[in-house]
Design a protein around this ligand. Structure first.
Ligand code: AMP
Length: 116
């Protein structure tokens, strides 16, 4: 069940501050508080969903499409398309997810190391 008190839910409700990179009606993109690369941005859709499969199950087509188009826009704004980047989303215990609100990580600005 979705936890209304997770940290990204609080950020989306403006209850705690964040460093915004981009925001629109459907999504918020913020700087990760503990960056794992020179560029580390989190993309958070504005819907109560726990992880990727929950997002695809609950969100309507317009929101799903908008979220990924916003991701594309953020990639353009970051100017990382030419050098490359990594987009990941952790889910559940085995995936190492810490915050139970679906989000994607954009890692870039340097060579991103092996996943293992
Ligand atoms: P995950 O392990 O995929 O759930 O990733 C959660 C991410 O959220 C981690 O990279 C944290 O550094 C990041 N994080 C936690 N709290 C905050 C916060 N208040 N503002 C920005 N990023 C945060």
């Amino acid at each position: 069940m979705y936890d209304d008190n997770n940290i990204f839910a609080k950020i989306l409700r403006n209850e705690i501050p964040c460093k915004k990179f981009y925001e629109d009606e459907f999504s918020l993109f913020i700087y990760d508080i503990a960056p794992q690369a020179k560029i580390h941005i989190l993309g958070i859709p504005k819907i109560k969903c726990i992880d990727l499969t929950d997002f695809v199950t609950k969100a309507d087509d317009n929101l799903i499409s908008s979220f990924f188009k916003s991701l594309n826009l953020v990639i353009e704004k970051l100017n990382i398309k030419a050098d490359g980047y990594r987009v990941i989303s952790n889910s559940g215990n085995d995936g190492g997810q810490e915050v139970p609100h679906f989000h994607i990580h954009i890692l870039a600005g340097e060579k991103i190391g092996s996943l293992r």
